[in-house]
Design a protein around this ligand. Structure first.
Ligand code: ADP
Ligand code: 5GP
Length: 218
């Protein structure tokens, strides 16, 4: 068992959420793929959406791709922790999976828009909100075009949404500039590890009590 695993089992109570937001094309998905293998006990939450899959996207891995009717049903059944409309399509976070992960003490990371983040903050004030910024608008354009998987109109809608989204950065706890991917990954990892050590999240009273008890033995 390495130190991180020991810390997880000995000192951690219920898990918590990390929300990652930022304009489309900034690199949220790329950053998540880089950080997930580097942080033990970190779980990605797969969202549901009514948008069609991009080339290469897989149902159940990238998103649960739902019809409008299916999405309505999930909403009616209260299956979403939050949901929002983004450039004409709906996106939502499945609730049950998150609850199960939190009960197991995992840290769950969500890639969701600013409306979803505001709903999470209201429902779970202890969630950690991280905003990912592009180094420049030109670079954001380059990345979204370079990805080459959205139509011209989808790209235009996403770039226009970015202007409004950037204004929300002040409501977040942390900001990372995704210039160098390795550095951004180090920063996100550091945020998660530091958040786990917060007094409010750890089981330190039980440990301190047992340490003090031991101290009284003569
Ligand atoms: P998002 O999930 O935010 O929509 P993606 O992860 O799909 O964005 O990234 C969009 C494009 O930007 C991809 O082609 C990706 O390879 C590229 N990209 C991501 N991060 C960086 C980075 N730090 N430097 C250069 N290109 C990047
Ligand atoms: P894309 O279509 O580029 O994959 O995602 C568009 C936007 O939807 C991104 O800002 C992404 O963060 C957001 N998004 C993805 N899943 C969810 C979700 O479950 N809830 C909310 N509110 N937004 C989401």
């Amino acid at each position: 068992m390495n130190t991180e695993t020991m810390a997880m089992s000995a000192n951690r109570r219920r898990g918590f959420l990390v929300v990652l937001s930022g304009p489309s094309g900034v690199g949220k998905n790329t950053l998540l793929n880089a950080v997930l293998p580097r942080v033990e006990g970190l779980q990605y939450s797969v969202s549901a959406t009514t948008r069609p899959p991009r080339p290469g996207e897989v149902h159940g891995r990238d998103y649960f791709f739902l019809s409008d009717e299916e999405f309505d049903l999930w909403v009616q059944r209260g299956e979403f922790l939050e949901w929002a409309e983004f450039v004409g399509r709906r996106y939502g976070t499945p609730r049950r999976f998150i609850e199960e992960c939190l009960d197991r003490g995992l840290t769950v990371i969500l890639d969701i828009d600013i409306q979803g983040a505001a709903q999470i903050r209201a429902a779970m004030p202890e969630a950690v909100l991280v905003f990912l910024l592009p180094p420049s608008l030109e670079e954001l354009r380059r990345r979204i075009y370079g990805r080459g998987k959205d139509s011209e109109s989808a790209i235009a809608e996403r770039l226009s949404a970015a202007q409004h989204e950037l204004a929300a950065v002040n409501d977040y706890d942390y900001v990372i500039v995704n210039d160098d991917l390795q550095r951004a990954c180090d920063q996100l990892r550091a945020i998660i590890l530091a958040e786990r050590c917060k007094v409010s999240r750890s089981d330190y009273p039980a440990l301190v009590a047992s340490l003090r008890e031991g101290g009284n033995v003569t």
